[in-house]
Structure formats: C-alpha cells, structure tokens
Design a binder for this molecule. Structure first.
Ligand code: FPP
Length: 228
C-alpha cells in the first residue's frame, strides 16, 4: 500500500507535557510548535500530499484569556516565520475554519500566506483555526442554498466541494496524540474512511520518528472501504 495522501493530526497534550515539568501551559504550546516544524519536515520528506493540523477549535475560546492570547501571539509569529520556508520548499498553505472569528491581524496574515503560496505545486499544509466540523457542514449547506442548488443537485460531491477543505482528498490517516479516543469535531465528513492512529505520546514529544511509526502502522492496515 502506498503512503497516505492525506494525514490529519489532532495535536493534544501540550498542557500535560508542561505540567509534568512544573511549567506554564504556554511553554507546552511553544514546545508544540517545534513538533509542528519537525512533523512538517518529515511529512515533506515522506512525500505526503496533504497535512492537516488542528491548531485551534471553535471551543478553544473557552480557555483562560491569557492562554488564548498567548496562542494567538505564537500563531502570528509562526505564520511569519514559516512564510519563507513555504516559499523555499514550494508548500501550499491553506487554512480551514471560520477565520472571520479570528483576530484581524491573523486573518490578514492567513490570507496573505495563502495567496503567496497558492500556485505552489508541493505538499498542501492545512491549518485548522477556529475550526469545528459541524459548523463547516452547516456553512456548506448554506452555500448550497446560496448557490441556488435544487434538492436533487445536493450530492456528496456538491456538499463536499463546499466544505473548507474544498477539493482536498479524504483523510487517509488520522493521528491523535496523548491517548484521547475522540474525534473532537475534527474533519468528521472527510474522515469517513480514515484509519485512526492514537498514541500515548504527548504532542511536544511527537516528531519525525513518531510520524514514521504512525505511517508504518498505517501500512499494516487493510482498507476495505465497506467492501470485503
Ligand atoms: C493541545 O494541547 C494543543 C492545542 C489546543 C493547541 C495546539 C497548538 C500548538 C501545537 C501550538 C501552536 C500551533 C501553531 C500552528 C502556532 P492541550 O493544550 O489541549 O494540552 P492538554 O490536553 O494536555 O491540556
């Protein structure tokens, strides 16, 4: 079996990783950004076509204000830092989520980075921010109505094309770190036939070697898509 074309990751455990060291949660998020860098490089090296990371959910606003503010500041820094790398390596950047709910500066950076990398032929890096799968489905349904689709024209293809993921392929491998056995409203539609891989490793300890382990586990699976 070939490598998965679309790998999606629910990055979990930054807070626990920091708490184990007696550090603030934000230090865990900073360490988490290093893992994002490592995994991005490893995914490129492995020839993965699409990498989707769940960075901030529609529910994450419930966290303490200081943690949310620090995450936004980290995100801003990260988007700027990675601009050159995306251009050098031909990576296409794409954001998923209701970005109109993000701070204005970040909205600008996201649109800018997406436009600057739109023609890139390489891996597509999808970053989910203010993302929730149910909200994505609701907005896709609304778009079908806005586009004047007749009921019989509302097909899986028509709805799928109006999701934030657009023409990205379905998720082949969905990874979740830190042992949680939940989807947490991430890519519900797109993961209909995804293989799940859950590891106890906390996100800041997840890097190239751990991604390769997940890929090796994927290769052991037999995908039947409902057939025999
Ligand atoms: C999960 O750990 C992590 C998040 C909710 C945020 C993910 C953010 C990063 C990896 C860093 C920022 C990323 C970018 C792209 C700038 P948690 O806080 O839920 O940890 P816990 O489950 O141990 O509490």
């Amino acid at each position: 079996m070939s490598h998965p074309n679309h790998v999606a990751i629910i990055m979990d455990g930054n807070g626990r990783w920091a708490a184990q060291r007696g550090w603030s949660r934000i230090k865990g998020h900073k360490a988490g950004v290093r893992s994002v860098e490592d995994v991005l490089e490893a995914a490129l090296a492995e020839g993965i076509g699409h990498l989707s990371l769940f960075a901030f959910s529609t529910e994450n606003w419930k966290r303490p204000g200081q943690e949310v503010a620090s995450l936004m500041a980290l995100l801003r820094m990260y988007l700027r830092m990675f601009r050159r790398r995306f251009i050098e390596k031909g990576i296409r950047f794409h954001h998923l989520g209701a970005i109109e709910g993000m701070p204005e500066g970040i909205q600008r950076d996201l649109k800018d980075l997406e436009a600057a990398t739109a023609a890139h032929p390489g891996m597509v890096f999808h970053l989910a921010l203010n993302y929730g799968s149910r909200l994505e489905l609701v907005q896709a349904a609304r778009r079908c109505v806005e586009d004047g689709l007749a009921p019989e024209a509302i097909t899986e293809e028509a709805l799928g094309a109006r999701l934030w993921t657009g023409d990205a392929p379905d998720v082949d491998l969905l990874i979740r770190t830190s042992g949680e056995l939940r989807l947490s409203n991430f890519l519900l539609w797109q993961s209909a036939y995804a293989e799940f891989y859950v590891t106890e490793t906390l996100w800041p300890d997840f890097g190239a070697a751990q991604l390769r382990e997940a890929l090796a586990a994927y290769h052991q699976r037999e995908r039947r898509f409902g057939g025999l």
